[in-house]
Write a protein that binds this ligand. Sequence first.
Ligand code: COA
Length: 655
Amino acid sequence: MTVTLTKRGAIGVVTINNPPVNALSQSVRQGLLDALRETDNDPTVQAVVLACSGRTFVAGADVHEFGKPPVEPLLPDVLRAIELARKPWVAGLHGTVLGGGLELAMACHTRIAKEDALLGLPEVNLGLIPGAGGTVQLPRLVPAELALDMISGGKPIKAQQAVTAGLIDALAGEDLLESAVELASEKVASGDHHSILDRPVNLPSDMEAFEGKAAKIENKARGQLSPAAAARAVMAALDLPPDAALKQERETFLWLKESRQSRALRYMFFAERDAGRLSRLKGLAKKEIKTVGVVGGGTMGAGIAAACLLAGMNVTMAERDENAAKLGADRVMGILSGSLKRGLISQSRYELHEQNFRSATSYTAFATADLMIEAVFEEMEVKKSVFADLAAVTRPDAILATNTSYLDVNEIARSISHPERVIGLHFFSPAHIMKLLEIVVPDLVSDKVLASCIGFGKQLGKVCVTSGVCDGFIANRIMSSYRRECEYMLEDGALPWEIDAAMVDFGLPMGVFQMQDLAGLDIAWAMRKRQAATRDPDQRYVEIADRICEQGWFGQKTGQGWYIYDGKQRSPNPEVEELVVSESSRKGIVRRKMSAEHIMGRILECMQAEGQAILDEGIARCAQDIDVAMVNAFGFPRWKGGPMFIAETQQSSGS
Ligand code: COA
């Protein structure tokens, strides 16, 4: 039974128990209707408390059901029935009160919550809008501006803010159920029992500013449909009588549910949760990571150290001398104070993280570390020497990880006597922000080490994708491949800014050439020079980037690269255009104008072909993992689901 009814004196207590997150599956909806009928008809029940067992109140509709034909009773009908209940219903809230869960709470006549509860309507994140009345209910409880933010942005608010805004009526004491039952008895005494839909909407204080804000949401969504649809639904709720607004909301919800964007976002929701879940590790005991050692205090090392501190771990970071150690420590503290300034951590958290951080100039400081992460220069011999030193000073059960972006982790592992301790933990820069952690699995690593590192990644709040050993692993290997394709397109007829515009138009945060200018062209140039001797002479090679670097144009930091920079202003570099055109003619290539669609078509095909090769070689566990990596490493538009999802769904729809 997912819904049970018990009694506390004259108060009926309806409890939902549908682990893991009490989603509103069909049996829960039916159970709620049955409990409603029973309490309505039971003369000994004067009011009802609705609560959930387990870790949370209802966290939403059951996302698994969205891809299937609807089964009655439908959520809007259940909620309307509760609104019209003969007895007052009090919702007792804890955990994450989200989506259909918040709509259910708003269908009740009174709401009380534990202080740590989070309340929100995150449907936009799944390409949807609330479909059971949320857009009509919320602006009747909270100011219209807040309703617009919550529904179009999808971010939840804390219980204290929800009380102030009017979304909930009270904060509960230690015992939520006790507090809710007490409140229900008060409601019986006061006879206060109204549906939210009977209330007037809270109109915005400045309608013009409000409409301006709603209009901007569409531009900001960069091609994603649901935020703008959410804003329109809130506007309709302010304008229309509740019944008409509810009807319109439902129609939009049903239309969005069938959209390709919502399918893609739901796919991504489950793909991210499935990433790093390896069947062979099921039930395996993990090592808990409390103390981390980081070798190297450059941008990557400092970012990794900050990510670990922010997750509550103890961190020691070592550099070769006092000066470098001081610079590294400053970088770490800079990241922490940035988090403090932006309100992401409190002063007391900041002080705690500061206390948990040590900097050192000798590896002996790593004697107690559970996990070591090396983030030194990308040179095999340098890495091997670091690993030899670490193997000598660390505990025999300490995990030794490299943050290399492309070196052979098998070779590093085999260079020490216990290769089962060695693994790759490939962070993306800035490491404390970027969500993706590629866990590079060498041949000899032990399952316990692998399971512990996946657990560690989750502790950091990362999405963990496992990758086999190859040059660039999953994300960077695909990126190298489409960057090469973009260079071919330069010779074939496109200009850098045309390629960049096509990528941004598609929904990527920036184009490849703008990204190279931002990162600095000199680093990749140095690598190309190192690899020149081993390059396959039969493979097409585009020299344009080399010619640009030869002029000393290394991108934004030197004022020009693919583009010219005037402060923050970026404009096409006419000399690059000349260079591009002359390279085509030098190679005898007839340039052809390319449409944005053609450019993106070639980029996507290239991503998909490389993705398929990565799958065929067993580097990626599954196509989903590749999509998760592309979304979280390079901002591939989540609402398009990733290149492999596009390939799969285009094939199955025959388009
Ligand atoms: N429907 C079905 N299953 C759901 C779900 C939902 N609405 N929300 C979460 N789950 C499942 C997850 O798939 C996961 O299942 P798994 O363990 O088999 O992979 C499990 O519940 C736990 O979720 P997870 O996200 O791993 O836990 P968390 O503690 O990190 O986060 C939530 C919990 C509720 C905050 C998060 O799952 C979430 O945001 N869910 C979606 C909420 C939402 O969008 N609701 C509106 C739906 S229209």
